[in-house]
Design a protein around this ligand. Structure first.
Ligand code: SF4
Ligand code: SF4
Length: 84
């Protein structure tokens, strides 16, 4: 299944800050307290990074944004150009 946002259950505290800041409303709170949110509209993700930026546990890897492959390729190509 396509998953733009991946949570690490061990690091995520279920604070839901990521749910609150997502302008696209792709996530919903987990009914189980302390558990990571659920991604309900994965194809609506804008990959803007707001959820990751606001996550208090991002340094522990609680949340990871996984761009689709074509986007990853263009990011890498962009990096290559900026170095030359
Ligand atoms: S990257 Fe943006 S659109 Fe995607 S889940 Fe995070 S805040 Fe929402
Ligand atoms: S991923 Fe981060 S912001 Fe989202 S619920 Fe877990 S700890 Fe909170």
């Amino acid at each position: 299944m396509f998953r733009p946002i991946v949570f690490n259950e061990k690091a995520c505290t279920g604070c839901n800050k990521c749910v609150e800041v997502c302008l696209m409303d792709i996530m919903e709170r987990n009914p189980e307290k302390g558990k990571p949110p659920k991604v309900v509209y994965p194809d609506q993700c804008a990959y803007d990074g707001a959820c990751w930026l606001q996550c208090p546990c991002r340094d522990k890897g609680a949340i990871t944004i996984v761009p689709p492959l074509p986007m990853r390729v263009s990011i890498l190509r962009g990096k290559g150009r900026s170095k030359s």
